[in-house]
Design a protein around this ligand. Sequence first.
Ligand code: ADP
Ligand code: ZN
Length: 601
Amino acid sequence: MIDRAKTILGDVFGYDEFRSLQKEIIRNVLKKRDTLVIMPTGGGKSLCYQIPALIFKGLTVVVSPLISLMKDQVEQLTELGVPAVFLNSSLSNEEYSRNVERVKKNGVKLLYLAPEALLTPGMLSMLSSLQVDCLAIDEAHCISEWGHDFRPEYRQLVGVRSRFPSATCIALTATATPRVQEDIKSNLKFDASNEFIASFNRENLFIQIASKNSPTSQTIEFLKNYPDQSGIIYCFSRRQVDDLYETLKSKGYSVRPYHAGLSDTERARNQELFIRDDVQIIVATIAFGMGINKPNVRFVIHFDLPKNIETYYQEIGRAGRDGLRAHCLLLFSYADIQKIKYFINQKDDHEQRVANIHLNSLLQFVETDGCRRIPLLTYFGEDYSTEKCDMCDNCLAGEKTFVDITVPAQKFLSCVKRTDEIFGANHIIDVLRGSQSKKVLKFGHANLSTYGIGKEYSRKQWFHLARQFIQKGLMIQDTKYGSLKLTGKAYDVLKGKEAVLGILEEEHLHDRKGKGKKYEYEHDHVLFEKLRKKRKELADKAGLPPYVIFPDKTLIEMAAFFPRSEESLLRIHGVGAVKYSKYGTIFLNIINEYCRDHHIE
Ligand code: ADP
Ligand code: ZN
């Protein structure tokens, strides 16, 4: 049966190989064993039930929490020639009845439903007259109160299972926490061990963290590297979203905002424009992204610090679903940490503890001098054994050399001492750099012997030094107020008994565009643009997002290998039989004409 699955993978989906675990999962489902799948966003979860659905005689019911996700999947399957429908409130009465008829006549392989729709007596009785072979529960973390999107209706799905005893159940999620996994298994009454956990490492994401000095111009600098490419910029507040949106718009960028202050229609419209490649950039609060499956998001910028690693990982996970390189930039400042701390301090004791733990893991990730993937994957309980990923800023920075930083340490520590250990790093740095700020003058700190003795380093460099002094146990920081205090070790340094080795950060933000590993073929960009234009035209005519016609990767391969016959086109990623019959000649004509005009053999 697994041979059959492999054939379908090629003929229907146009892919050569299964990705990690897909084969094992499909085999398990085909044996009608309950299966739990934990895979990161973009890992390829959908195929794990779509291919079995095409092999099973009966129907596969897919439970999905959002209309936009159902629509996206059904559009993609329909384009591939797979009979799939959804039933939800977005359909007109006619469309709804037509879909019901198709289901009743065994005319579809996959039926997508929201949990509340599946739970209605009408739906259940209709389905019990059919053979249901598989119940796929997408975004299965919605079952758990410990997850981030708890949906009470998901808890009643277990009742549905008993009505379809011959249906096997596959639950899928990208949430990695063990607690949520346990919840899913116990809720759905899964027996023992059929659990498949893929690595959470997303190799094709380039991860970079830069000190946030002037975030707007840093963002604009960054965007110059990605003209005409899709990307998302996440901000902390609605106001920030609106500001940045206005600035980018005034500079001529193709951009829309997205946040809870906009009307539902406006939000839906902006999202749709983005998905259809009519708008390139979305500036958003965290509210954006849950319902989108757009595979060609080429960059994600965190304009502000995310709340915790889990949120961060989910947000960058929206980039590069197509497996091509995507760039994730986080702009980091210690002022943002203070902002988050301020919010944490409003919470009750228990919540504060949890929030502080989260914040510390985030700090470890931000401050590490080693590979970024180590703290990230450690957070998800994964043992990341490669020392260098070659796809993060630290791995590409080359060896960081440790230098003697005893003198700056003495300057900093003595300034902490002389200001009575009641101030945070911000103020200490002001004093060291000889600032004329009101606060410095008010406390008479302009008269101290340490005033203005640290002008040789920038604020940014001082902040980086200060973090190292804390990490090395020379100072401790009050978690509530951020004030710094010396430790016993600090006095040894001050007395010259102990030297301090550390890293002096360079001043400039390196351009990281295109650095790291290659995830795409060298290709003809002119031809690529021609193909892309044709794709957009076809997509608009069909009222579909362009990636549903062909993903970028398909067009890139066309522009790299110049396929000129049916046989060679079918070998291109994402070209299966049905897609070929729909679009094959249209794209072949463009390629042939281009090759003729440019004398390409
Ligand atoms: P997830 O649901 O885990 O976020 P998807 O199922 O949407 O991921 O898959 C992400 C992308 O990877 C899709 O564009 C999908 O078509 C593609 N994909 C999945 N499996 C394969 C494969 N074996 N080979 C090539 N592409 C694949
Ligand atoms: Zn790395």
